[in-house]
Design a protein around this ligand. Sequence first.
Ligand code: AMP
Ligand code: MG
Length: 349
Amino acid sequence: MTMETKILNIDKDNIDEDLIGQAADILKRGGIVAFPTETVYGLGANGLDEEAVKKIYKAKGRPSDNPLILHISSKEELSPLVKEIPHKAKACMERFWPGPLTLVFKKSDIIPDIITGGLDTVAIRMPDHPIAKKLISKSGLPIAAPSANLSGKPSPTKANHVIEDMMGKIDMILDGGDTGLGLESTVLDLSTEVPTILRPGGVTLEDLKVIIPNVIQDSSITNKQDTPKSPGQKYRHYAPKADMLLFVGDIDKVVEEINKRTKDLRESGRKVGIMATEETRNKYKDGKILVVGSREDKETIAHNLFHILRSFDEAEVDIILAEGVSPDNIGMAIMNRMVKAANGNIIRL
Ligand code: AMP
Ligand code: MG
């Protein structure tokens, strides 16, 4: 079944209140609206309305045991949604909200099960984007908003990505230009004894250690054998249509191996995509070469990664050979997404 999807252009530096009002009305009436945040585009619905939230799962084709993040526009909106606000949460909110940090709390009774996938905890974040903030505050509701892509595909960082995946399935798309960070938020569980990162993201382990020195990462992030504590982390994500191989290790060896494999693969008739970086671009000769960013400035790689994955699909390559990055700071979140996109196919050199 298809429906009419309205697309509105909004200038994030000069927001048209009337357009935000139209979008907020849709949310209040139980509809769904895609909107930009500083991480990726979100697919929003009234987080307290079970029927509205069902529409998100349906539009995305998202498994129902993968819980959603609630988005708020001010810290005051938090307390009705949670049982308690631990000390550590206050410190994190003080330092990182608004921003790309999602906190997991013990949930209050007003949160429907469909949001939490039946868990007794709820994930909440306050985005740092003028359009997202205005839309949430105008609706007066906590807004459930997963990434606005079809489940399994790379998350959307441009309105065009949302149009590709959601046209005819949702009520409205707010086109506010490219998102900033380009990767999703960090998910930090504060409902247990030891604060634990369930998904690496925009706020890094290094950043968090300054505020909560005993923070750890869920072991499933670095060890594939372990079952993730966060339900969504067990699914294949960010997957391009092509196969993908991820090469990690000494960068000169990585380049040499990618060149060798490109030659072999092309000889056997396969269309090869190479995900290169500015520093290595000129060392590749054959294949569809796309530059994801600079190794010296990994934020650029975070910003472009999902778009580049979608661009390889458009170029209809059969296989993507990608350079990994070192997993420090934002590199941890980048590698987490790359490993999933490659379905765990890592070549260590
Ligand atoms: P997305 O909305 O696509 O950015 O994904 C949301 C992520 O947050 C998924 O990895 C979920 O598993 C995780 N998440 C949401 N709610 C909870 C929760 N209550 N406990 C643990 N992880 C959660
Ligand atoms: Mg997602």
